[in-house]
Design a protein around this ligand. Structure first.
Ligand SMILES: *Cc1c(COP(=O)(O)O)cnc(C)c1O
Length: 430
């Protein structure tokens, strides 16, 4: 690629961040299964430890296989840099870590992945951080929830259950006006369907466990930084703007500019929190990411077909999928993710809780699992599994009412997916 044209997504998902292995010429990115790297000499070691030279020291911080994946994800998201982590939940902590401190808060959407609600409402309190949950469709409420101690606004591109799509440009404008970053969990859209950074987001987090790997083999996460936020514009982000005692008073933002957040995440976050992705895991995700666009096209096409079929079936009460004209988020989805509204949705079965449980047990092609974003079609009845500790009112508020099941539509033949649902519904509603 010697001319000035920017390669397209299909090219970047295969090539970004990778080049033939300098030692062997290996065309595929090798799995660098090593914990440490030999220093050329004492001066080289000193330069690396001072962050004066970029290189490999120890695989808790950086590893060549993991670095290729980080650069590829950063490129696909249009970011300046990225750091890979051991899981999506690790990525969320890594995204917040440079911003937060005791007494500080984030303003978060009420519509988030269930595990994230738990992490934000319970676990982060142990660090002295807190989350204020607001309905992100009420933009005035979002602005009103931000105070002097707020350090980020957090939402998901496409949130489940409920087929909810966030108005990323509107939320970015509110965060911007308050001088704090917008963090977007782009897991269920993937960078093929949405680029939050192009719409004003500062940080993007991923569970690479899902569509980026795509086949349910490994857990992983990533934090992508736009490189555009001015961390020195206020005194709110001292980890990035003030002298860092553990690096001889280095000011990350002043010294590293658009790479400040990424370098801090590696040099301080991974160094001290240790939420590192391993090279084997990175290898599986690199394999998966090469076909991301092809899979997402098929996931979306299948989801549309299956959702339309379900919506017209008399055994179904409702389908919540932003890809359907019946969804209140249909127009917003066309603006935020024009290539499709993902492949994750819920539907309500006539016959309620009992019929849902029977449906899940009767399906043969679908797997009953607590996962999403696999090549395989997956189903879960949230009320009897992931959300079973909630009260009936809480279940409805969470979009996980007793008569709802959630599906993650795979890339099998759509006719086979529909045939399986048809036979399962026949048994469930007999
Ligand atoms: C799965 C998921 C997470 C958590 O990721 P893990 O890799 O399971 O830690 C966070 N957000 C969303 C939207 C997810 O689907």
């Amino acid at each position: 690629m010697t001319d000035a044209r920017t390669p397209g997504f299909d090219t970047l998902q295969i090539h970004a961040g990778a080049s033939p292995d300098p030692a062997t010429g290996a065309r595929q990115t090798p799995i660098y299964q090593t914990t440490a790297y030999v220093f050329r000499d004492a001066d080289h070691a000193a330069a690396l430890f001072n962050l004066q030279e970029v290189g490999y020291i120890y695989s808790r911080l950086t590893n060549p296989t993991v670095s290729v994946l980080a650069e590829r994800i950063a490129t696909l998201e249009g970011g300046a840099g990225a750091v890979c982590c051991s899981s999506g939940h690790a990525a969320q902590i890594m995204a917040l870590f440079p911003l937060m401190g005791p007494g500080l808060n984030i303003v978060a959407s009420t519509r988030l992945y269930g595990g994230t609600i738990t992490q934000f409402s319970q676990t982060i309190k142990r660090f002295g951080w807190s989350a204020r949950f607001v309905d992100t469709d009420d933009l005035d409420a979002v602005a009103a929830a931000i105070d002097d101690n707020t350090r980020a606004v957090f939402c998901e591109t496409i949130a489940n259950p409920g087929g909810y799509v966030s108005d990323i440009p509107a939320l970015a404008a509110i965060a911007d006006a308050a001088g704090v970053p917008l963090i977007v969990d782009n897991t269920s859209a993937s960078p093929y369907l949405c680029n939050p950074i192009a719409m004003g987001a500062t940080l993007v987090v991923h569970s690479t466990t899902k569509y980026l790997t795509g086949n349910g083999t490994v857990t992983g996460g990533a934090v992508v930084d736009s490189g555009k936020f001015d961390w020195s514009a206020s005194d709110k982000f001292p980890s990035l703007s003030a002298p860092e005692p553990a690096y001889h008073g280095l000011k990350f933002h002043e010294a590293l500019g658009p790479m400040a957040f990424t370098f801090h995440s590696i040099a301080v976050g991974l160094r001290d929190l240790g939420m590192t992705m391993n090279p084997q895991g990175a290898h599986y995700t690199l394999m998966g990411i090469e076909t991301l666009s092809l899979r997402m096209q098929k996931h979306v096409a299948n989801a549309v077909k299956v959702a339309e079929w379900l919506e017209n079936d008399p055994r179904i009460d409702s389908v919540t999928y932003a890809g359907l004209p019946s969804s209140p988020y249909h127009d917003r989805a066309a603006r935020i993710c024009p290539r499709g509204a993902g492949a994750l949705f819920t539907f309500a079965v006539k016959g309620g809780y009992e019929a849902c449980v029977k449906l899940v047990d009767s399906l043969e092609l679908f797997s009953h699992v607590a996962n999403l974003g696999d090549t395989r079609s997956l189903i879960i009845h949230s009320a009897s599994t992931t959300h079973r500790q909630l009260s009936p009112e809480q279940l409805v508020a969470a979009g996980a009412a007793p008569n709802m099941v959630r599906v993650s539509i795979g890339i099998e033949d759509a006719d086979d997916i529909i045939a399986d649902l048809d036979q399962g519904l026949a048994k469930a509603t007999a």
